[in-house]
Design a protein around this ligand. Sequence first.
Ligand code: NAD
Length: 419
Amino acid sequence: MNQPKDSILQTSLYNFELAAKRLNLDQAIYERILGPKEKIEININPALPDGTVVNIRAFVVRHNDALGPAKGGIRMTPDVSLDDVTGLAMEMTWKTSLIGVPFGGGKSAIRFEPASLSPDAKEVIIRSFTRGAKRHIGPEIYIPAPDMGTNETDMAHIRDCIAYSDGTSITKGCFVTGKPVILGGIVGRREATGKGVVYTVLALCERLGLDIRRMRVAVQGFGNVGSVAAAEIAKCGAKVVAVADLSGTTLNPDGLDIEALWQHLLQTGGVRGFKKAADIEREKIFEVDCDILIPAAAGSQITIKNVNDIKASIIAEAANAPTTPQADEILHQRGTLVIPDILCNAGGVFVSYLEYTQETQREQMTLAQVERRLSDRIQQRFNEVYDFAKQKRLTMREAAMDTAVSKVAEALFARGLLP
Ligand code: NAD
């Protein structure tokens, strides 16, 4: 096997190839699952409200649909590539399979910096993307959701754009998930990924006999996922000693006030300069003295360059593919426990599934119902993965991957192998 490089796609391919070897996958099935089923590159040229015409590349990848239509978020960042989207779509195939929802894996991306856009300009780009990609988006094809750089407002605009595209039905776009509640969205979706991350950490602490109230936590990323994970784990009694975002890292060994930090972020745009803590360099988050590290920012963050600085004995992968294979191997050798991304951050796609089902019933679940189902499902899947790993002497990543990949293979066999 080639030495893996530090990219999301290389990490996804590497993990899949190892699982395929362990499972002794037949070559035809291996190639079928390797995919991806479809890779689309789109050029859009919207005119922004100030009159500027921009040229933007966008991507849609359907990796696998053996278990159902492709499901995965829309990312909006200036540096995203088709390879990244392919790797992320592959991750979604494993995640939906592992968490047990009737979807396959997909992902899409718009290559643009969202922070530089006014709300009106962002809406123009999102609608332009939706029109350009419409043939590749739909309840039976690809079901979008928010991801880095997109949010529920963007999902509302996608839903609206699809609903009015042929002027016949205002419900046509309701399959889009992560929408505002007023448009058929589900309560608790925004918090679902971060809460799911914390449920996996609590489940691991329970299995290890660790008291969460004695744990010191460092979180990289203070966006949708990282901010909720930090707030939730602090509510459970853990001490969040450091938080990093693009602006830098804020550190207080006595514990950060997460609500006050959030207010600081709303006022200043970043965690840097938070009065009740010290500023350190952004990358120093990996050197912070802590028990649990939650990477909740981007892919390929824990690498051969910083892995030896990490003090935490537990890593909860809230981001997708945050750990490169070489770093993962070092973590394994020295006994650091890694809760793999396809399990750790699957809460978001699970609640997206609940949103999808409630739309078909035209009803609204309560927050208590959503949280109960989320917590039950995450705990159940965590325990299955943990037990399987123990029984087969695998890491949690290996156990999660083997479970996910074998279910996809089983579905392909069950369907029959003709295209
Ligand atoms: P977001 O855009 O809301 O937040 C990203 C955060 O990471 C921001 O605080 C940003 O400043 C920070 N960041 C980015 N690069 C950084 C770096 N190099 N160092 C420090 N901080 C950095 O995105 P999000 O929705 O919270 O997603 C975060 C991660 O979680 C992504 O990998 C995403 O794919 C994954 N994820 C998100 C969801 C979801 O429901 N939003 C679900 C599953 C997985």
